[in-house]
Structure formats: C-alpha cells, structure tokens
Write a protein that binds this ligand. Structure first.
Ligand SMILES: [Zn+2]
Length: 252
C-alpha cells in the first residue's frame, strides 16, 4: 500500500522536477539564469502564474495557448513533464528507497535537460555535463557496485568509442555526443554503454525514417540525436540485463 502512495508521490515529484529541467535545458545553453526572470511568454512577456506553472495541468487549463496573446505553447513541455513523472514513478517502483533509485532519477533528469536543450538548440551544454559528472560518480560509488572499476572504465569506453565514431563520421556526430557518452558510461558501466549506443542508433534510425516518411524533415536535414540517446540509454539501463540473460539462454 505504501509503495503505491510513494509511487504516485514520485510521479508528481517527477513532473515538478521535469518542469524545472525544461527551464534548465532552455536557459543554460544560451547563458541565461535559471531563476530570473520568472517564466514568461516569449512573445508578449506575460509572467506565468502558479496555475499556469503547474506541470501538465497548466498546459491543459490554458488549452495549449498563452492566456494573453494566444501564442501556441509547444506540446514538448507537458509531454516531457508527463514522461518525467512516469520515469520517476517507475524508478521508485523498481528500486524503492535505495541509492539505485537516486541514481535512476539523476540519469532521468540529466537526459531530460539534454533532450530539451537538443530539441531547442541542437546543443549539449558542457556546463550540464560538468555538473552531472562528479555527482554521477559519487552516487554510483554509494550504490551497490559489481566492482570498483566499472563506472570509471564505463566512462572511458563510452567516451573513446564515440570519439572514434566522431573521427570516422566527420559529421552527423557532435563533440557533445562524445562527452555525453563519457558521462553515460559512468552510469551504465562498460558493457551497457556499448549496448546503449547500439540501441540509441537503432531508435534514431527508426525516428529518422518515421520523420522522413511523414515528410516532417528533409533528407540531409540534421535531426536532434539526444532524444534517441535518451530512449536507448533508459531502455538499456532498465532492461539490458534481461536481454543479455535471454541471449545467453538462447545461444549458450
Ligand atoms: Zn503571450
């Protein structure tokens, strides 16, 4: 019973935190403060009140438009907030009160910030990675560990794997992706960070083909890759052990 109560609680917390990480993802890449000015309509400057700031509910109450000037509000914001809520709830449901839970919501929020910033500016800000790098290491070392070297080796594997691809591809892959996979390697460890790369590339190609198919993008137009990385990373984080086990059962 208490598990249900806390799962719902962390669903709400996840939506609140994600409405904050949306602001971080929009403001940090362009050098703006994350506390001032208060959230406002980019068109008419109308400052959002408490109800309008409420995750998801605000969007529904406003029916997706600014109260003053009717400028449409992007569906990205409530969609990410809802997803953040679901992921926080799922992390608690999976791990309960544990460092593993803290690690999971940390990963979720890192990815939410970067998805927002990538969708808005096609950028992965160094500031965000440098902020999460030491925290991820500390929380990883406070969590149950397979062995002491997995987070560190994971970071190096993620970084250098992407660095080689970066050199080979010349374009399509940004330096930000290389550094991001370094940080993801700390969260995932060396085996899972490699799996995460393959899953991300797979998700990315499906999204790319989908967008081309629906004529939402032109061929050659760069598509933000971080949303695919986020999906690939979280799928790997939660399910890769099951995949590896299934694979071993089937083939060995
Ligand atoms: Zn407005």
């Amino acid at each position: 019973m208490m598990t249900v109560v806390f799962t719902v609680y962390f669903f709400l917390i996840g939506m609140l935190v994600t409405s904050f990480t949306n602001v971080v993802g929009l403001r940090v890449p362009v050098g703006e403060s994350i506390v001032r000015p208060r959230s406002h309509c980019p068109n008419c400057g109308h400052v959002l009140g408490p109800l309008e700031l409420t995750p998801v509910i605000g969007y529904l109450v406003l029916r997706g438009k600014c109260r003053t000037c009717q400028l449409p509000i992007s569906i990205k914001y409530p969609a990410l907030e809802l997803l953040g809520g679901i992921l926080y709830a799922y992390a608690f449901y999976q791990f309960g009160w544990s460092m593993q839970f803290i690690l999971s919501i940390l990963l979720t929020s890192l990815l939410s910030i970067l998805v927002m910033s990538d969708l808005a500016y096609m950028l992965i800000p160094n500031k965000i990675l440098l902020f999460f790098l030491p925290i991820s290491l500390i929380v990883r070392y406070l969590s149950p560990l397979e062995n002491w070297y997995n987070p560190i080796i994971g970071g190096f594997v993620g970084f250098f794997l992407l660095f080689v691809i970066f050199l080979a591809s010349r374009q399509g892959m940004g330096a930000g992706d290389v550094k991001l996979f370094g940080v993801l390697g700390i969260f995932l460890g060396p085996l899972h960070v490699v799996i995460a790369l393959f899953v991300s590339a797979f998700v990315g190609s499906i999204i790319g083909l989908g967008l081309l198919g629906f004529k939402r993008v032109e061929r050659k137009q760069p598509i933000p890759f971080v949303p695919s990385i986020a999906v690939g990373t979280l799928l790997t984080y939660y399910f890769a052990d099951d995949w590896v086990k299934l694979y071993l059962d089937l083939f060995l």
